[in-house]
Design a protein around this ligand. Structure first.
Ligand SMILES: NC(=O)c1ccc[n+]([C@@H]2O[C@H](COP(=O)([O-])OP(=O)(O)OC[C@H]3O[C@@H](n4cnc5c(N)ncnc54)[C@H](OP(=O)(O)O)[C@@H]3O)[C@@H](O)[C@H]2O)c1
Length: 255
C-alpha cells in the first residue's frame, strides 16, 4: 500500500475513497470503518467545515484521511474536483437535509413554503448533480468505482403510500432521477463506475432525531451498522452500466 502524500496534500497512489459531506454521522462511521479495515489507501473527506480543527490529515487504522473544506458552491465543487486525481474505488455523497433551524417537513399542503422547498432541492438534488458532473473526468479512468449517493426510501414514487414531507420527498425523487439519468451517460463515458442510490434505513443521527419516538428500537440503526452494511453492499455490487436503488439490507427499492 502506498501511503505517500503528494505535495498537493491529498493525492496518493492506490485506491482512494472520496467522502463528500464528511460531517454526516454516517460519513464519519464510513471513514472510520474504511480506515480500520484498510479497504482503501487514502480517504479524502470533504465538508463545509473541517471536522478535525487544526489537523488537515489524520491516520485512521493505517489509512491517511485528508480533510478538505468546501462551501458546496458550484465554483468550489468544480475547483476541488479538478485538483483530485484517481484512481477512486469509492465515492460517497452523504449530504442531505430533512430539517434545520428554519425548515420542518411539511405535514399538509398548507405547510409548503417556496423558499424552503427550493433550499431542499438545492441541497438534496442539485448538489449531488454538480458532484456527478464535476467528478466524471476524475473517476472515469478508475478500474472499478462505486459512486454512492445517499437517497431515501421516501424519494421512491412507487413506494409513497403515506404522503407528507413534500420537499424532502420531491428532492430525493429528483435526486433519484438525476442518478438514473447520469447512469445512462456514465455507462458510455465512465463504464467502470457504478451509480448507487442508497437508503440507509432510519439511522440514529441529527437528521432523524425528531422522529425517533415513532421508530421501534430494532429499526433505529447505528451509523456504524449502516456503514458496514454499505461497504459490504458496494464490495459485491456488479458494475453493470445501470443505477441501483438499494436499502441498507441490499434490497432493491422501486424507483
Ligand atoms: N438518518 C436517517 O435516518 C436517514 C434516512 C434516510 C436517508 N438519509 C440520508 O442519509 C444522508 C446522511 O444523513 P445523516 O443522517 O448522516 O445526516 P447528518 O448527520 O445530519 O448529516 C448531514 C449532512 O448534510 C450536509 N448538510 C447539512 N446542511 C447542509 C447545507 N445547508 N448544505 C449542504 N449540505 C448540508 C452535511 O454536510 P457537511 O459534512 O459539509 O457538514 C452532512 O454531510 C442524507 O442524504 C440523508 O438524507 C438519512
Amino acid at each position: 500500500m502506498n501511503t505517500e502524500l503528494d505535495p498537493g496534500g491529498y493525492n496518493v497512489a492506490g485506491h482512494k475513497a472520496l467522502v463528500i459531506g464528511a460531517g454526516s454521522a454516517i460519513a464519519k462511521a464510513l471513514i472510520s470503518a474504511m480506515g480500520q479495515q484498510h479497504s482503501v489507501d487514502h480517504i479524502i473527506a470533504v465538508s463545509r467545515s473541517s471536522s478535525e480543527p487544526g489537523s488537515e490529515t489524520e491516520v485512521i487504522g493505517s489509512v491517511p484521511v485528508s480533510y478538505v473544506t468546501c462551501d458546496y458552491s458550484s465554483a468550489a465543487i468544480s475547483a476541488l474536483a479538478a485538483q483530485l486525481s484517481g484512481p477512486f474505488s469509492h465515492v460517497f455523497i452523504c449530504t442531505g437535509v430533512l430539517h434545520n433551524d428554519h425548515i420542518k417537513p411539511e405535514k399538509r399542503l398548507e405547510d409548503i413554503d417556496e423558499g424552503q422547498m427550493a433550499e431542499l432541492l438545492r441541497i438534496n438534488s442539485i448538489l449531488p448533480a454538480l458532484w456527478l458532473q464535476a467528478l466524471l473526468p476524475t473517476i472515469k479512468s478508475s478500474s472499478r468505482c462505486v459512486f454512492t449517493v445517499f437517497s431515501a426510501r421516501v424519494g421512491s414514487i412507487g413506494d409513497n403510500f403515506k404522503g407528507g414531507w413534500y420537499s424532502y420527498r420531491a428532492s430525493k425523487a429528483a435526486l433519484n432521477m438525476v442518478i438514473k439519468t447520469a447512469a445512462i451517460e456514465y455507462a458510455r463515458r465512465a463504464p467502470r463506475v457504478k451509480l448507487l442510490a442508497f437508503h440507509p434505513g432510519t439511522v440514529d443521527t441529527d437528521l432523524s432525531r425528531p422522529f425517533h419516538k415513532s421508530v421501534p428500537a430494532d429499526k433505529l440503526f447505528s451509523p456504524e451498522f449502516v456503514a458496514q452494511q454499505l461497504l459490504s453492499i458496494t464490495a459485491a455490487l456488479p458494475v453493470d452500466g445501470e443505477a441501483s436503488f438499494l436499502d441498507w439490507a441490499g434490497e432493491t427499492i422501486t424507483w
